[in-house]
Design a protein around this ligand. Structure first.
Ligand code: GDP
Length: 197
């Protein structure tokens, strides 16, 4: 898929103010600092589209970006930032989980995982929750340029194994690096296929 246009549409703190669910949506989510904004900017080839390195856990916004006038990338707030208060974490839970659970135009959730790390409990639990809700998701392992391909493959294998405790089949996954554009064609190709179905 060629990205001809990528346009910021809106930031929301309330589900009731989201754009009408008339176009397919692909949500991107992961732990704070996982590389989500960088990945969105890499996919769209627009450097400042998603704001990188914001203070984690600050504002809980759902950002909609319209791609080629036909589908949305939805940038969801990061989870797992240790320093935010318990009540903020609960707010996050309510807000994001209700978006994910109720959004009828949501096609697939991209769960971003830092490829440098061994499986993190919070990521595995989040995937389990998506599975329980019957939501379609895929994994995107980020920052693959930061270590050897062997190390990346080992961490992916461990993550897939951790998921197999709850899933019969693990979802598709993508290896990505926003630094050197790894995974771009694969992710856009996947979205293009889902959009056609
Ligand atoms: P977010 O909080 O998940 O949106 O993460 P950001 O996109 O702001 O990235 C967090 C940090 O990781 C920034 O310093 C990025 O430059 C860096 N980063 C993100 N993606 C990559 C990547 O693919 N490779 C490398 N080397 N650094 C990355």
């Amino acid at each position: 898929m060629i990205v001809k246009s990528a346009e910021f549409i809106c930031s929301n703190t309330q589900i009731s103010k989201l754009p009408l669910p008339l176009k397919p949506e692909y949500a991107f989510i992961g732990r704070s600092n996982v590389g989500k904004s960088s990945l969105i900017n890499m996919l769209t080839e627009k450097k400042g589209l998603a704001k990188t390195s914001q203070t984690p856990g600050k504002t809980q916004l759902i950002n909609h970006f319209l791609i080629n006038d036909t589908w949305y990338i939805v940038d969801l707030p990061g989870y797992g930032y240790a320093k935010i208060s318990k009540s903020k974490k609960e707010d996050w839970n309510k807000f994001i989980r209700s978006y994910l659970d109720k959004r009828e135009s949501l096609q697939t959730v991209f769960v971003l995982i830092d490829s440098r790390l061994e499986p993190q409990k919070i990521d595995v639990e989040f995937c389990n929750w998506l599975g329980e809700k019957g939501l379609s998701f895929v994994l995107a392992f980020t920052k693959a340029d930061k270590q050897s391909a062997v190390k990346t493959d080992q961490n992916i294998a461990k993550f897939r194994k951790a998921l197999l405790a709850s899933f019969e089949e693990v979802p598709p996954f993508f290896i990505t690096s926003s630094e050197n554009h790894i995974g771009r064609d694969e992710i856009l190709g996947f979205i293009s296929q889902v959009n056609q179905n």
